[in-house]
Design a protein around this ligand. Structure first.
Ligand code: PDD
Length: 283
Protein backbone atom coordinates (compact mmCIF):
# COMPACT_ATOMS: atom_id res chain seq x y z
CA UNK A 1 0.00 0.00 0.00
CA UNK A 2 1.26 3.43 -0.97
CA UNK A 3 0.72 6.23 1.56
CA UNK A 4 1.46 9.95 1.62
CA UNK A 5 3.76 11.52 4.18
CA UNK A 6 5.09 15.09 4.14
CA UNK A 7 5.13 15.59 0.39
CA UNK A 8 6.15 12.05 -0.61
CA UNK A 9 4.29 8.95 -1.75
CA UNK A 10 5.92 5.84 -0.34
CA UNK A 11 5.19 2.26 0.75
CA UNK A 12 3.49 2.23 4.15
CA UNK A 13 6.41 0.27 5.68
CA UNK A 14 8.75 3.13 4.76
CA UNK A 15 6.56 5.89 6.18
CA UNK A 16 8.24 6.91 9.45
CA UNK A 17 7.03 9.53 11.91
CA UNK A 18 9.19 10.95 14.69
CA UNK A 19 8.45 9.80 18.26
CA UNK A 20 8.56 13.52 19.05
CA UNK A 21 5.64 14.18 16.75
CA UNK A 22 3.11 16.27 18.60
CA UNK A 23 0.30 14.15 17.22
CA UNK A 24 1.82 11.19 19.09
CA UNK A 25 2.82 13.08 22.25
CA UNK A 26 -0.12 15.45 22.66
CA UNK A 27 -2.83 14.46 20.15
CA UNK A 28 -1.97 17.93 18.80
CA UNK A 29 -3.50 17.20 15.40
CA UNK A 30 -6.63 17.15 13.31
CA UNK A 31 -7.95 14.62 10.79
CA UNK A 32 -10.57 14.11 8.08
CA UNK A 33 -12.23 11.07 6.51
CA UNK A 34 -13.68 11.56 3.01
CA UNK A 35 -15.73 9.07 1.02
CA UNK A 36 -15.08 8.37 -2.68
CA UNK A 37 -16.93 6.36 -5.33
CA UNK A 38 -14.80 5.56 -8.38
CA UNK A 39 -12.56 8.52 -7.54
CA UNK A 40 -15.41 10.96 -6.97
CA UNK A 41 -15.52 12.58 -3.50
CA UNK A 42 -18.67 13.14 -1.47
CA UNK A 43 -19.02 16.76 -0.28
CA UNK A 44 -15.31 17.47 -0.52
CA UNK A 45 -15.72 21.24 -0.08
CA UNK A 46 -17.40 20.74 3.31
CA UNK A 47 -14.65 18.40 4.51
CA UNK A 48 -11.96 20.87 3.40
CA UNK A 49 -13.76 23.75 5.07
CA UNK A 50 -13.91 21.81 8.35
CA UNK A 51 -10.22 20.96 7.94
CA UNK A 52 -9.42 24.65 7.48
CA UNK A 53 -11.57 25.62 10.51
CA UNK A 54 -9.75 23.02 12.63
CA UNK A 55 -6.31 24.16 11.49
CA UNK A 56 -7.31 27.75 12.25
CA UNK A 57 -8.77 26.84 15.66
CA UNK A 58 -5.56 25.03 16.64
CA UNK A 59 -3.29 27.53 14.84
CA UNK A 60 -1.52 24.80 12.84
CA UNK A 61 0.22 26.39 9.85
CA UNK A 62 -1.07 24.18 7.04
CA UNK A 63 -3.57 24.52 4.21
CA UNK A 64 -6.10 21.90 3.12
CA UNK A 65 -5.35 22.28 -0.57
CA UNK A 66 -2.91 19.35 -0.60
CA UNK A 67 -5.85 17.01 -0.07
CA UNK A 68 -7.58 16.71 -3.48
CA UNK A 69 -4.37 16.03 -5.39
CA UNK A 70 -3.00 13.65 -2.76
CA UNK A 71 -6.31 11.78 -2.51
CA UNK A 72 -6.52 11.35 -6.30
CA UNK A 73 -3.03 9.89 -6.45
CA UNK A 74 -3.54 7.60 -3.42
CA UNK A 75 -6.71 6.21 -4.99
CA UNK A 76 -5.05 5.70 -8.38
CA UNK A 77 -1.81 4.18 -7.10
CA UNK A 78 -3.60 1.81 -4.76
CA UNK A 79 -6.07 0.60 -7.39
CA UNK A 80 -8.99 2.23 -5.54
CA UNK A 81 -10.06 4.70 -8.22
CA UNK A 82 -12.83 2.39 -9.44
CA UNK A 83 -13.95 1.41 -5.92
CA UNK A 84 -15.91 2.73 -2.96
CA UNK A 85 -13.09 4.07 -0.82
CA UNK A 86 -12.20 6.34 2.07
CA UNK A 87 -9.27 8.71 2.27
CA UNK A 88 -7.98 9.56 5.74
CA UNK A 89 -5.73 12.58 6.25
CA UNK A 90 -4.11 13.77 9.47
CA UNK A 91 -2.13 16.93 10.12
CA UNK A 92 -0.19 17.39 13.35
CA UNK A 93 1.73 20.41 14.57
CA UNK A 94 4.91 18.53 13.66
CA UNK A 95 7.86 17.09 15.58
CA UNK A 96 9.81 19.05 18.18
CA UNK A 97 11.47 18.41 21.57
CA UNK A 98 8.66 17.83 24.03
CA UNK A 99 7.30 21.04 25.54
CA UNK A 100 3.62 21.75 25.98
CA UNK A 101 3.56 25.17 24.34
CA UNK A 102 3.82 25.47 20.57
CA UNK A 103 7.19 24.66 18.95
CA UNK A 104 9.15 27.46 17.23
CA UNK A 105 7.44 29.01 14.21
CA UNK A 106 8.60 27.28 11.05
CA UNK A 107 8.33 23.77 12.54
CA UNK A 108 6.75 21.91 9.62
CA UNK A 109 3.43 20.21 10.32
CA UNK A 110 3.32 16.45 9.75
CA UNK A 111 0.87 15.53 6.98
CA UNK A 112 -0.09 11.87 6.59
CA UNK A 113 -2.77 10.35 4.34
CA UNK A 114 -3.87 6.92 3.21
CA UNK A 115 -6.73 5.39 1.22
CA UNK A 116 -8.64 2.19 1.83
CA UNK A 117 -11.82 0.44 0.78
CA UNK A 118 -14.97 1.56 2.62
CA UNK A 119 -16.34 -0.78 5.25
CA UNK A 120 -19.03 -3.19 4.08
CA UNK A 121 -22.47 -1.63 4.69
CA UNK A 122 -23.65 -2.24 8.26
CA UNK A 123 -26.20 -4.99 8.91
CA UNK A 124 -29.60 -3.97 7.46
CA UNK A 125 -31.49 -5.06 10.55
CA UNK A 126 -30.04 -2.12 12.54
CA UNK A 127 -27.60 -1.86 15.40
CA UNK A 128 -27.43 -1.92 19.18
CA UNK A 129 -25.98 0.92 21.24
CA UNK A 130 -25.03 1.61 24.82
CA UNK A 131 -24.65 4.89 26.71
CA UNK A 132 -21.13 6.07 27.66
CA UNK A 133 -20.22 9.06 29.79
CA UNK A 134 -19.14 11.86 27.44
CA UNK A 135 -15.68 12.61 28.84
CA UNK A 136 -14.41 14.35 25.73
CA UNK A 137 -12.76 17.73 25.96
CA UNK A 138 -14.72 20.94 25.57
CA UNK A 139 -14.16 21.46 21.82
CA UNK A 140 -15.81 18.43 20.24
CA UNK A 141 -16.56 20.65 17.22
CA UNK A 142 -12.90 20.53 16.15
CA UNK A 143 -12.07 17.29 14.37
CA UNK A 144 -8.99 16.63 16.49
CA UNK A 145 -7.39 13.25 16.97
CA UNK A 146 -7.99 13.63 20.71
CA UNK A 147 -10.09 10.50 20.54
CA UNK A 148 -9.13 8.59 23.69
CA UNK A 149 -12.58 8.96 25.31
CA UNK A 150 -14.13 7.91 21.99
CA UNK A 151 -11.79 4.89 21.85
CA UNK A 152 -12.67 3.80 25.40
CA UNK A 153 -16.40 4.23 24.82
CA UNK A 154 -16.19 2.38 21.50
CA UNK A 155 -14.40 -0.55 23.15
CA UNK A 156 -17.03 -0.54 25.92
CA UNK A 157 -19.69 -0.84 23.21
CA UNK A 158 -17.88 -3.73 21.54
CA UNK A 159 -17.58 -5.56 24.86
CA UNK A 160 -21.33 -5.04 25.42
CA UNK A 161 -21.95 -6.56 21.96
CA UNK A 162 -23.20 -3.17 20.69
CA UNK A 163 -22.15 -1.36 17.53
CA UNK A 164 -21.93 2.11 19.00
CA UNK A 165 -21.78 4.07 22.24
CA UNK A 166 -23.86 7.22 22.56
CA UNK A 167 -21.91 9.84 24.48
CA UNK A 168 -23.94 11.29 27.35
CA UNK A 169 -23.00 14.46 29.22
CA UNK A 170 -25.33 16.27 31.65
CA UNK A 171 -28.12 13.84 30.70
CA UNK A 172 -27.87 14.82 27.02
CA UNK A 173 -27.15 12.23 24.31
CA UNK A 174 -24.82 14.37 22.18
CA UNK A 175 -23.56 12.00 19.48
CA UNK A 176 -21.89 8.66 18.86
CA UNK A 177 -18.14 7.99 19.13
CA UNK A 178 -17.75 8.41 15.36
CA UNK A 179 -21.13 9.55 14.07
CA UNK A 180 -23.80 12.16 14.76
CA UNK A 181 -27.05 11.16 16.45
CA UNK A 182 -30.58 11.76 15.15
CA UNK A 183 -34.01 10.87 16.48
CA UNK A 184 -37.54 11.17 15.21
CA UNK A 185 -40.03 12.19 17.84
CA UNK A 186 -43.62 13.23 17.24
CA UNK A 187 -42.82 13.18 13.52
CA UNK A 188 -40.04 15.78 14.01
CA UNK A 189 -36.42 15.01 13.10
CA UNK A 190 -34.22 16.03 16.06
CA UNK A 191 -30.46 16.33 16.41
CA UNK A 192 -28.17 18.28 18.73
CA UNK A 193 -27.42 21.83 17.57
CA UNK A 194 -23.99 22.74 16.23
CA UNK A 195 -21.73 23.96 19.02
CA UNK A 196 -18.76 22.85 21.09
CA UNK A 197 -20.39 19.57 22.19
CA UNK A 198 -20.61 17.87 18.78
CA UNK A 199 -18.61 17.45 15.61
CA UNK A 200 -20.39 19.31 12.80
CA UNK A 201 -20.72 16.24 10.61
CA UNK A 202 -20.71 16.67 6.86
CA UNK A 203 -23.29 13.86 6.76
CA UNK A 204 -25.30 15.57 9.53
CA UNK A 205 -25.63 18.70 7.39
CA UNK A 206 -26.47 16.63 4.32
CA UNK A 207 -29.09 14.66 6.29
CA UNK A 208 -30.74 17.88 7.50
CA UNK A 209 -30.83 19.19 3.94
CA UNK A 210 -32.30 15.91 2.72
CA UNK A 211 -34.92 15.93 5.48
CA UNK A 212 -35.94 19.48 4.60
CA UNK A 213 -36.23 18.40 0.96
CA UNK A 214 -38.48 15.53 2.03
CA UNK A 215 -40.72 18.01 3.82
CA UNK A 216 -39.88 16.76 7.32
CA UNK A 217 -40.06 19.07 10.33
CA UNK A 218 -36.59 19.57 11.84
CA UNK A 219 -35.47 20.70 15.27
CA UNK A 220 -31.82 21.21 16.22
CA UNK A 221 -32.19 20.80 19.97
CA UNK A 222 -30.32 18.58 22.45
CA UNK A 223 -31.83 15.14 23.00
CA UNK A 224 -32.07 13.88 26.58
CA UNK A 225 -30.76 10.31 26.84
CA UNK A 226 -34.07 9.25 28.46
CA UNK A 227 -36.07 10.66 25.57
CA UNK A 228 -34.52 8.24 23.09
CA UNK A 229 -36.58 5.34 24.41
CA UNK A 230 -39.85 6.98 23.40
CA UNK A 231 -38.68 8.07 19.94
CA UNK A 232 -40.10 6.69 16.72
CA UNK A 233 -36.58 6.30 15.31
CA UNK A 234 -32.99 6.75 16.44
CA UNK A 235 -30.13 6.69 13.97
CA UNK A 236 -26.49 7.61 13.40
CA UNK A 237 -25.04 9.56 10.46
CA UNK A 238 -21.44 9.69 9.24
CA UNK A 239 -19.18 9.50 6.20
CA UNK A 240 -18.62 5.81 6.82
CA UNK A 241 -22.21 4.78 7.63
CA UNK A 242 -24.41 7.21 5.68
CA UNK A 243 -27.32 6.67 8.11
CA UNK A 244 -27.59 3.67 10.40
CA UNK A 245 -30.63 2.85 12.51
CA UNK A 246 -30.25 1.96 16.16
CA UNK A 247 -32.81 -0.61 17.18
CA UNK A 248 -31.67 -1.18 20.75
CA UNK A 249 -30.02 1.02 23.38
CA UNK A 250 -28.85 -0.30 26.73
CA UNK A 251 -30.71 -3.53 26.01
CA UNK A 252 -34.05 -1.76 25.49
CA UNK A 253 -35.71 -1.86 22.07
CA UNK A 254 -36.13 1.37 20.11
CA UNK A 255 -39.20 1.77 17.95
CA UNK A 256 -40.19 -1.89 18.13
CA UNK A 257 -36.61 -3.01 17.42
CA UNK A 258 -36.77 -2.37 13.68
CA UNK A 259 -34.99 0.22 11.48
CA UNK A 260 -37.31 3.10 10.68
CA UNK A 261 -38.35 4.61 7.36
CA UNK A 262 -36.89 8.11 7.82
CA UNK A 263 -33.30 6.93 8.26
CA UNK A 264 -33.76 4.83 5.12
CA UNK A 265 -35.26 7.70 3.10
CA UNK A 266 -32.48 10.06 4.14
CA UNK A 267 -29.84 7.46 3.31
CA UNK A 268 -31.38 6.93 -0.12
CA UNK A 269 -31.48 10.69 -0.72
CA UNK A 270 -27.81 11.13 0.21
CA UNK A 271 -26.70 8.20 -1.91
CA UNK A 272 -28.77 9.49 -4.81
CA UNK A 273 -27.23 12.95 -4.42
CA UNK A 274 -23.78 11.34 -4.47
CA UNK A 275 -24.52 9.22 -7.53
CA UNK A 276 -25.92 12.25 -9.34
CA UNK A 277 -23.27 14.80 -8.32
CA UNK A 278 -20.97 15.92 -11.09
CA UNK A 279 -18.40 17.55 -8.84
CA UNK A 280 -14.90 16.34 -9.70
CA UNK A 281 -12.06 15.70 -7.27
CA UNK A 282 -9.97 18.75 -8.10
CA UNK A 283 -12.33 21.72 -7.72
N1 PDD B 1 -15.95 10.19 12.19
N2 PDD B 1 -19.12 12.76 15.24
C1 PDD B 1 -17.92 12.23 15.49
C2 PDD B 1 -17.40 12.22 16.90
C3 PDD B 1 -17.15 11.70 14.42
O1 PDD B 1 -15.92 11.19 14.64
C4 PDD B 1 -17.69 11.71 13.10
C5 PDD B 1 -16.93 11.15 11.90
C6 PDD B 1 -18.97 12.28 12.91
C7 PDD B 1 -19.61 12.39 11.52
O2 PDD B 1 -18.94 13.31 10.71
P1 PDD B 1 -18.93 13.17 9.11
O3 PDD B 1 -20.35 13.04 8.69
O4 PDD B 1 -18.29 14.42 8.66
O5 PDD B 1 -18.14 11.91 8.80
C8 PDD B 1 -19.65 12.81 13.99
C9 PDD B 1 -15.09 9.64 11.14
C10 PDD B 1 -15.86 9.06 9.98
C11 PDD B 1 -14.10 8.68 11.76
O6 PDD B 1 -13.64 8.99 12.86
O7 PDD B 1 -13.76 7.63 11.16
Amino acid sequence: MLVYLNGRFLPREEAKISPEDRGFLFADAIYEVVRFAAGRPYRLAEHLMRMRDGLTALRIAAEPQFFPVVAARLLAENGLDKEDALVYAQISRGAAPRAHAFPPPGTPPTVYAFARLTDPPPAPEGGRAIFANDERWGRCDVKTVMLLPNVLASQMAREANASEAILVRDGIAWEGTKANLFAVTGGVLRTAPKGPRILPGVTRAAALEAAAGLGLAIEERPLAADELFSCEEVFLASTTLWTYSLVEIEGRPIAGGRPGPIAARIRETLQKEFRGARVGLVT
